[in-house]
Design a protein around this ligand. Structure first.
Ligand code: FAD
Ligand code: NAD
Length: 469
């Protein structure tokens, strides 16, 4: 074993949680070591948020051009487009490379020591790092620390009767196709199933989505996902709700499914399993710390402290919601506490976006959640069909909804569905975090013509003062 490294903060995992914690710690002058076994940037930059959004853009452009090959109301005529898939994937990989290289540069700039290798926990203040094999395995590097931050993220859940391999793929393989399958069956109509299902369909693949529950995107309220459901239908995606997956067909060319008492075989050259992700808490000695757990997730308090003094945990490892921006915010919060600042992780809202077409965005409480919490709330929606900018963008399917306390009009939540509404996440999050009331948003001048005017109009409508509906 080489000489141990001694540091104040040791972070395991260089995803958005871990690398943001490291950058902030570096800014605050905390000696920091970050251990990453794979590529910097974690799931988000390498095999998650960024590559999926890149392919969504490719598919959108391709699909839009295909629309112009037919009878376009815009008066545009184009020849039938062709797809150079290898080039699309290379473009996506280029963005990933740029961003992950950028993370490396930022860590260097902030004097963070990056150790490449897989960490094994020895105790709450000691970690051994097995170097990533380059030729032959080297000796492990021991690192001792005052604070240990666990940010090991998550991994896809497999179906026990249909493990990953061969035609059964996870999002990782789906994001780097060498060739498009003729048919793709997707298990799970959640974030990944729908974001990538739409990509593959728009690129010309026959797509079937199988969902155990009675509707798509069950994490959102039913009204909000109706326009997405309609769009999936019009794209020609086969939706099989309340349907169980039984396994691959004997010839390996289909997926056996069951709905009620009826069994069927769906064509499936490939099967994308997207039934959720699980915290990565096994296989590196974490269990030896005997931390309090919630299933596979490490339990943390409102300061991201685990049940062991000096051991912190953030991001997907700590369970839902498994979102990159939550991991980043937790990472920043931990670094500041280690620097002696008083911080807690108690956001008023964590926005969530599903990048389907149309997109879905939420922050804070839905009307149902407000009612369940026993709050006397009002809500109002403004349809994008009444918004001029949405009309000029051919994106009138959808609405913006606001939820507020009836007594003092404090805004509790926002939801929207529509093309391009992911960008509303900023306005939604800010208004809730800053304690805005309906009057604050309703009486803010919103630029015209923008889709954002629908946010103002929803607030005005909740006050009984909507101007354009
Ligand atoms: P991760 O990003 O998973 O990073 C953990 C890192 O730890 C990894 O790099 C891993 O190699 C490393 N590691 C693990 N164990 C060890 C060890 N023992 N030693 C050394 N290193 C170790 N979220 C969004 O907010 N928006 C999106 O649009 C979005 N899209 C997504 C699309 C897909 C297809 C997927 C799969 C996920 C998406 N997510 C999205 C979720 C997002 O990627 C995660 O919430 C986020 O990456 C979690 O960050 P993290 O730092 O907790 O973990
Ligand atoms: P998910 O939890 O979003 O959806 C899983 C879906 O699979 C659910 O609808 C569930 O009912 C269904 N399901 C579960 N078991 C099933 C079975 N046996 N048969 C049929 N359906 C079944 O999970 P995901 O899509 O795998 O994504 C994982 C996580 O990654 C998300 O929860 C999210 O945290 C993150 N993510 C976020 C984004 C984003 O922010 N835009 C995008 C992709 C992934």
């Amino acid at each position: 074993m080489s000489n141990p490294i001694n540091t104040t903060l040791l972070i395991i995992g260089g995803g958005p949680g871990g690398y943001v914690a490291a950058i902030r710690a570096g800014q605050l002058g905390i000696p920091t070591v970050l251990v990453e076994g794979d590529a910097l940037g974690g799931t988000c930059l390498n095999i998650g948020c960024i590559p999926s959004k890149a392919l969504i853009h490719v598919a959108e452009q391709f699909h839009a051009l295909q629309g112009y090959a037919g009878d376009s109301p815009l008066g545009i005529r184009a020849q039938s487009p062709e797809l150079d898939l290898a080039r699309s994937v290379a473009w996506k990989d280029g963005i990933v490379k740029k961003l992950t290289t950028g993370v490396g540069a930022l860590l260097k700039k902030h004097k963070v020591t990056v150790v490449q290798g897989w960490a094994r926990i020895v105790d709450g203040k000691t970690v051994d790092v097995d170097p990533v094999a380059k030729g032959k395995a080297g000796a492990p590097q021991r690192i001792r620390c005052e604070h240990l931050l666990l940010a090991t993220g998550s991994e896809p859940v497999a179906l026990p009767f249909m493990p990953f391999g061969g035609p059964v793929i996870s999002s990782t393989e789906a994001l780097s196709p060498r060739k498009l399958p003729k048919s793709l069956a997707i298990v799970g109509a959640g974030y990944i199933g729908l974001e990538l299902g739409i990509v593959y369909r728009k690129l010309g693949v026959k797509v079937d989505v199988i969902e155990a529950q009675d509707r798509i995107l069950p994490v959102y309220d039913a009204d909000l996902v109706k326009p997405v459901h309609a769009a999936l239908k019009s794209l020609g995606i086969g939706l099989h709700l309340q349907t169980q997956v039984l396994g691959l067909s004997e010839d390996g060319k289909g997926l056996r499914v069951q709905s009620g008492k009826t069994e069927d075989v769906l064509p499936a050259q490939q099967v994308l399993v997207a039934v959720g992700r699980k915290p990565r808490s096994r296989g590196f000695g974490l269990s030896s710390l005997m931390l309090d757990m919630d299933g596979l997730a490490v339990r943390v308090d409102d300061r991201c402290r685990t049940s062991m003094n000096g051991v912190w945990a953030i991001g997907d490892l700590t369970g839902e919601p498994m979102l990159a921006h939550r991991a980043m915010a937790q990472g920043e919060c931990v670094a500041e506490q280690i620097a002696g600042h008083t911080r807690r992780f108690v956001p008023a809202a964590i926005p969530a976006v599903c990048f389907t077409d149309p997109e879905v965005v939420t922050a804070g409480l839905s009307p149902q959640q407000a009612a369940q919490a026993g709050i006397d709330a009002i809500d109002a929606s403004f349809p994008l069909a009444a918004n001029g900018r949405a009309m000029t963008l051919e994106s009138t399917d959808g609405f913006v909804r606001v939820v507020a306390r009836r007594d003092n009009h404090l805004i509790l939540g926002w939801q929207a569905v529509g093309r391009g509404v992911s960008e509303f996440a900023a306005a939604f999050g800010q208004s809730i975090e800053m304690g805005a009331r309906l009057e604050d948003v309703g009486h803010t001048i919103h630029a015209h013509p923008t889709q954002g005017e629908a946010i103002q109009e929803a607030a005005l409508r909740a006050l009984g003062q909507a101007l354009h509906v």
